[in-house]
Design a protein around this ligand. Sequence first.
Ligand code: BGC
Length: 955
Amino acid sequence: MRDIICSASNLFAFFLLLIPTLKVYALSGIQPVNLRSEYKVNPVIDIKNPRLSWELISDQNNEVQTSYQIMVASSVKLLEQNKPDIWNSGKVNSNSTNQIAYKGKDLISTEVYYWKVRSWNKSKNEGKWSDISRWEMGLLDKKEWKASWIGYNLDSLNKNTSYHLPPAPYFRKAKDLKKPIKSGRLYITSLGLHEFYINGKRIGKDYFVPGWTDYNKRVYYQVYDITSNLTHGKNAFGAILSYGWYSGYLGYALLVKSPQVRAFYGDTPLLKARLVIEYQDGEKEVIVTDNTWRANDGPLRESDILNGETYNAGMDLGDWNMPQYDVQRWKTVKIYPDKEERMLQVYPGNPVRIYTELKPKSITERPDGKYIVDFGQNFSGVVRLKVKGKAGDSITLRYGEMLHPDGRLMTENLRKARATDRYILKGGAEETWMPTFTYHGFQYAEISGLKYAPHKEVLTGIVFSSATPEAGKLETDNKMVNRLYENIVWTQRSNYFDIPTDCPQRDERLAWTGDAHVYMKSAIYNTDIAAFFTKWLEDVNDSQLANGAYSIYAPMPMKDGKAAIRASDSYSAGWMEAGIICTYELYHAYGDIHTVKKYWNNMKKFIHFLAQKSRGNFLFKERSFEETTPKGGFGDWLSIGNKTSPDLLATMYYGYCANLMAEMAKAVEEKEDQAYYEEKSKKIKKAFSDYYMDETGRLKVNSSIYGDVKGYIEYRPEKGFHGHTQTAYANAIYMNLLTPLQKEAAGKNLKDLINENSGKLATGFLGVKPLLPALSVTGSTDLAYKLLMSEEYPSWGFEVANGATTIWERWNSYTKEKGFENNAGMNSFNHYSFGSVNEWMFENMVGIKSTKPGFREFVVKPEIPTNGINSVKAFYQSINGLIHCSWKKDGDLFILSVNVPVNTKAKVYVPVGTEPNILMNKRLLSEKELKNKLEKNVFVVEVGSGSYTFSSKIK
Ligand code: BGC
């Protein structure tokens, strides 16, 4: 693979270092690589028809797969002998390489299945078998667990006036394993968070498991290979539970003075574990959580995901998770009943893990004797401490994203999140501690209580993130744009944290559906989020409200039919459409029709809700959403300038959803539904333009209808609501709601509005995503670049120029002149919504855009700015293979290099000048070759797989 890419261009040299190394094969045909089951490499799953995928490589150009054959066997040996005792697909004539559902024998709980695949190429030559891959089954029936939920209720402890932070319960059990061990598996989950230990060693690399779900409906579990942890003889199993999302503080409940502020699903964290040990003689032994386990409280005195941890090392339990240990003072655990309807499933996402570690960039002493440690990067995580001192010395860590001008930690924007960790020393030798059931959003940590000046080894920044595999990267010759890109990636890493959170620092961290859908396409280009969104879409659908609307965040804990965090939280236009948009994006990026089918009825139910609400009018007139709080919903949240009417936005989203439903209906062959949504889409478009557009194509709203209605968000009666806004035109264009003439007018209006606004953007969350794409598609590429590269307020560049290392929530979250004066309580510095410009950076600046789900077919159409950026290079690991694209402008010369994966096709647009002189892979193209391929200033060519370099004169 490497060889193929290298020959294309050495421009990629830098990126080659970053891409996953694939084995170099001597190829005679096409070779399947990167085998995955349910989007993961060698996973544990509990799906009865797992979907298999592979990518193809070849040393020949223009290669496609014409057939494939999959074999599945119960052992490597059988598979090597081509004796698939589980499934032999036979030779299947198909060019698909992903979303291929297993169709063999019924899969059995806990079994391991081995599989391989081979493919036939365009000349019908069979290729070599792939390497062997595997998947393992979890427990398919909940009854197989035989393990009880065990708990130790400490809830009555540590109640004080501000917070109620009980200690974490510890659990243990010792067991003699009487014979030599062949293998061991741990199936584990908790209501709350857990860490599990065997003979003193922490099991697995995962944190914050089993993640946040609607625990009344489902809870996930993890499966670990514990063979190497077990010993023949005495063993000890230990667990620590924390309150987490199950019974800890959530969101802004405390801030808004909700009747309930924590323990939304239950007040006692519970553990369920099943250990299966196979002895070398074939006998099996099963150990489960039951009333033989013992529990105690220990040194972890406070443990809350939002508010922090307190660890008193003086209360150390010693070797509590080792075999020899006196448990006399430990209590018997209590067994808690299960909820019959609660599903126990294998975690489908990518668990949170340590992404990287950061060393302090600087440590500064404050006048009060405290120290401020700067990690040089805003991130989600904790600090690992390495300290020495006397018994009882207490060290306090507080966290902030920014400093006040006088050097103080800025914590006003954390609101009620205490975000404080405390470590009380045991005394004597050096002590190391790292909180593991809490995390914070910060760049700066304030340390106090240490009896000496901390040096750089004392504190290490531990960065947590859901372990979504890297899928893409871009780099330009423009420093500001590169930093912006880094900021986007860091913000995604910080907020893709089991669920897509809005921000990691303040008392919120909810998976706001609006934020999630505006940013999702951008995220796809950075990391492989197929598994992550497979998980979150469960949450979204579990949280669908009784009336069919999708909620404003998910999971959304409920009490008596209302949101428990804040009773008025329900649905909002621009947010609730995530149930459809995110499903569509998953389909579009990965060809995932399975998820479309799975949630088809839920999505239909949502459209039905909209249809009913619009009373058959196919649009939402002014004041259609007055039943929600805030009235009208969130609108173009945090926009600046004229406010777009929330009802006009709701109408556009209605039309967009109908469009997406029609496209998805076609993909899943729901013919009747397809016709229904196509018709609906037409009617909405017509109703929209009839009502909200004048004859010149200008969007309008009757603002007087809103009058001085109170309760609308950020509503200023004197300014009214508008239709003629950047956000309205950008969305109408992006959502494909316009006729060609209307689109032209909208493009002009959009451009004029920006120019009238001194060439600046004015969009909020809903307007920013489509802004640059809409400019590009209506011929204003230069203006799109101007917005991208501007460093004046408001712009992305303004944040970079002001030292941002992540994307801010507000355009003016901080200014050098005014500091943090804009709403301290609602001012996150790590909020990905405005990072949705990444979509345009990949699709228009780099220029790669999928035209058939999963990049089976795509265009390469870079848009070249007049100035500011002269070279761009990027890669994207699509589900159909690795795509590279780089371009460079060198005076009059333009060079474009592309790598097109096997089994895919690309339509490449090469910009040309007045005299088309085009070299393709160093060969001058003849007139005949150019014939019919020259469009206005561009040469368009369709290519199959391979590497291509084009150079052309652009003047
Ligand atoms: C969150 C947003 C969210 C919004 C709804 C905020 O507090 O941080 O990102 O979408 O509420 O308007």
